[in-house]
Design a protein. Structure first.
Length: 366
């Protein structure tokens, strides 16, 4: 199952236009709420500047980047947790995702209506936060009720841990506090994870700004009242969604020149995709040869045998060792042979913790 990032926000903040720009896939966009009724899904490449030089050094026939799946979900409104707007349909779709990108509008445009009548990013973030917390509270209360009934049938240590975690979560959600802002024990987190709680998911804020706001940095004034620590958000990425949509009809050179005129070194979409990837605590290791250069996605902290298993399940069972060289050494030495000649290739066993950018050749028992 591909990793999924849900794109959410109030109506008319630019979600569907952002999705279209991210995936280069046309979806309905119009100046009225609920234009997007069913979730649209698109797979995008994770930008990685290492792949092309690596493929050139290995004379690879093709490049296969890491990917992540974005899901565009209908606009959320105040009262969604009680069934307002598309209510439960929206919440069901977002529960299936691994992380959330919340699009917040900071640009002014009298021709594009805002569902609440004015531009106020802090208010919008609070609105969605409350709705997601209330939706989670409902789920926690139902599970708490069933767990209490189970407890009456017979105590178990696991059930007691679950009840304690649920009681704690209930109090936190009643204050509209996101669960991701709280430190949980391993057992507590395990008890809550299966409920697919919305406020437990990693979240990124994508600030939809005008080209002028992006260029002069004035968008920061619009979001000054947002306390990212309080809501548990690590990344706040400014994006001029309108500009990114225009990039679709440009060549790479034209895009680079355009970015330079607005004082940007990278596309906002590229930064968002990378931020979404990292929000899930993911890294990539690389394999490179004549056939292909490929980026493989793993969780940070994955051991070498489990990384081998990502390529093929049998590789984990038959794992013998991993021959590993870091990217900089690989490139400086001109490839595998040069890296081996200069002693830059390490031989690692089953306890090796994979690092981002490791170039690997796995030795597997036949």
């Amino acid at each position: 199952m591909p990793l999924q990032i849900g794109i959410v926000g109030l109506p008319n903040v630019g979600k569907s236009t952002l999705f279209s720009a991210i995936t280069k896939k046309a979806v309905d966009c119009a100046n009225f709420p609920f234009c997007t009724i069913d979730p649209n899904v698109g797979v995008v490449e994770v930008p990685d500047a290492r792949l092309a030089p690596l493929a050139q050094a290995s004379k690879s026939g093709r490049i296969v980047p890491a990917t992540i799946e974005f899901v565009d979900i209908a606009g959320l409104v105040r009262g969604a947790s009680e069934g307002q707007g598309l209510g439960n349909a929206f919440l069901a779709n977002i529960r299936e995702t691994d992380a959330i990108v919340q699009v917040v509008r900071a640009f002014e445009d009298e021709n594009v209506i805002h569902v609440d009548g004015s531009i106020n990013p802090a208010r919008d973030v609070e609105t969605i936060g409350i709705e997601l917390a209330l939706a989670d509270l409902s789920v926690v209360e139902k599970r708490l009720d069933s767990a209490t009934k189970q407890l009456k049938a017979g105590k178990t240590k696991e059930l007691e841990t679950t009840l304690a975690a649920l009681e704690r979560a209930k109090k936190i959600l009643a204050d509209a506090t996101p669960l991701r802002t709280i430190e949980w024990t391993e057992d507590e987190y395990a008890a809550l994870k299966g409920l697919s709680l919305l406020t437990l998911k990693p979240t990124i804020l994508a600030i939809n700004v005008s080209e002028t706001q992006l260029q002069d940095g004035s968008w920061k004034d619009k979001v000054a009242d947002i306390d990212v620590k309080k809501i548990g958000v690590k990344d706040m990425v400014p994006i001029c969604v309108k500009m990114e949509a225009e990039f679709l009809d440009m060549t790479d050179q034209e895009k680079a020149e355009y970015l330079e005129t607005v004082g940007q070194t990278a596309s906002g979409l590229d930064r968002l995709i990378v931020a979404a990837f990292h929000s899930l605590d993911l890294i990539t290791f690389l394999t490179s040869g004549e056939m292909e250069t490929k980026a493989w996605t793993i969780k940070r902290g994955t051991l070498a045998p489990q990384a081998a298993g990502v390529i093929h399940t049998d590789f984990e069972k038959g794992f013998i060792r991993a021959e590993i060289v870091n990217y900089d050494d690989f490139m400086a030495c001109g490839g595998w042979n040069g890296a081996k000649e200069k002693g830059k290739v390490g031989v690692e066993g089953k306890e090796y913790v994979m690092q981002d950018g490791d170039i690997v050749f796995f030795r597997i028992a036949s």
